[in-house]
Design a protein around this ligand. Structure first.
Ligand SMILES: *Cc1c(COP(=O)(O)O)cnc(C)c1O
Length: 358
């Protein structure tokens, strides 16, 4: 806090690369929030929410959409809608749902996570999925659902391609399973591939995407699926405390996000690429450039003389914030509000720090 205030007093911009969740709403969003038409959404009467949900359904090519408070709530509500207590869901061991959602599906839904390894390209091997599907029989929990994540955060923001999605869908169909996609950053994937987002989600039964990450809205995520799925999800959202009344003030920013903030993600990808290619040049860091496909840059510290936390502290003193994801691993995420010049500043700060080590 003190450091932020200090830099603000010097009029030096803090370059916050910890996450795209730190994005602040655009001026157009603040205006839309101020003038949003509102109603009681638990009665389905908030026109702004209804508009957002319809837009989300159209963009994803699904029948219906549902605004939820967060991506975590969106995944939880979706999985609770697909599964009952004692059911099993197959998901990656690096998935957000397994890693970062407080075990909600087990704690609140009695649903068992059957994890299989995420490959470095973010995929789950088809043979691993096939092996994880339970046979019939009195010993086994019934497998109901496969969860995929696109872009895959912990694998570096890598992209799952339409042909891969299609082959998982074939397998799911053969085994009478549903597919839920954690598409927190699905628009990053679509923009990076230069394809319609519909192409990427057509093989899924439900998809969640975040308005509050790269799309820069202050709050909210949307789940999309069949009308029948969303009807059941609506009730489960209420059960977990997600009936939000005049939440059109949230949805208003979400509409602006979908209208104005998708195409500009290309700029974030360009900045991430520039950052990654500069990190390659800095002695003491190592990076897998193949994994830098969207707006996320993971890299490692090679030095034995210093910890990642020390590098982070030094960078923070110079106004550059990055995230520590392990003793030797950093994450930086580019987003709305980070300009090309900020990337140059961040690069120069990091290379200065590594130079003064020796
Ligand atoms: C951020 C994120 C979520 C959850 O979103 P919150 O709004 O933070 O709850 C889910 N999945 C992935 C891949 C994410 O990156």
């Amino acid at each position: 806090m003190f450091i932020h205030r200090f830099f603000r007093s010097l009029n030096v911009k803090t370059i916050d690369l910890r996450s795209d969740t730190v994005t602040l709403p655009s001026p157009a969003m603040r205006q839309a929030i101020a003038s949003a038409e509102l109603g009681d959404d638990v009665f389905g009467e908030d026109p702004t929410i209804n508009k957002l949900q319809q837009m989300a359904a159209e963009i994803t090519g699904k029948e219906a959409g549902l605004l939820v408070a967060s991506g975590t709530m969106g995944n939880l509500v979706s999985i609770l809608t697909h599964c009952s207590r004692g059911d099993e869901v197959i998901l990656g061991d690096q998935s957000h749902t397994f890693y970062y959602e407080v075990g909600g599906i087990a704690a609140l839904g009695g649903i068992q996570a059957h994890t299989i390894p995420n490959q470095p390209d973010g995929t789950l091997k088809l043979s691993d999925i096939a092996t994880a599907i339970r046979p019939d029989g009195s010993h086994f929990p019934p497998t109901k659902l496969i969860c995929l994540e696109n872009t895959q955060n912990r694998c570096g923001g890598v992209i799952l391609k339409p042909d891969y999605m299609n082959s998982v869908a074939e397998l799911a169909k053969q085994n009478n399973l549903k597919i839920h996609l954690d598409g927190a950053r699905i628009f990053n994937a679509a923009v990076a591939l230069g394809i319609d987002v519909k192409e990427l989600v057509k093989d899924t039964d439900s998809v969640m995407f975040c308005l509050s990450k790269g799309l820069a809205a202050p709050v909210g995520s949307v789940i999309c699926g069949s009308a029948e799925f969303i009807k059941r999800a609506h009730k489960i959202r209420k059960m977990v405390g997600g009936g939000m009344r005049q939440a059109g003030i949230i949805a208003a920013a979400g509409i602006v996000a979908l209208e104005q903030m998708i195409d500009r993600l290309a700029e974030d990808h360009k900045n991430a690429n520039k950052l990654a290619h500069a990190i390659v040049q800095i002695k003491g860091f190592s990076i897998n450039l193949d994994a830098v496909q969207t707006n996320i840059v993971y890299f490692d510290l090679d030095s034995e003389d210093i910890t990642a936390q020390q590098v982070i502290e030094k960078a923070k003193q110079k106004g550059v914030l990055l995230l520590n994801l392990g003793a030797k691993t950093f994450r930086m995420v580019t987003h709305y509000g980070i300009e090309s010049g900020d990337i140059e500043t961040a690069i120069s700060v990091l290379s200065q720090i590594m130079k003064t080590l020796k």
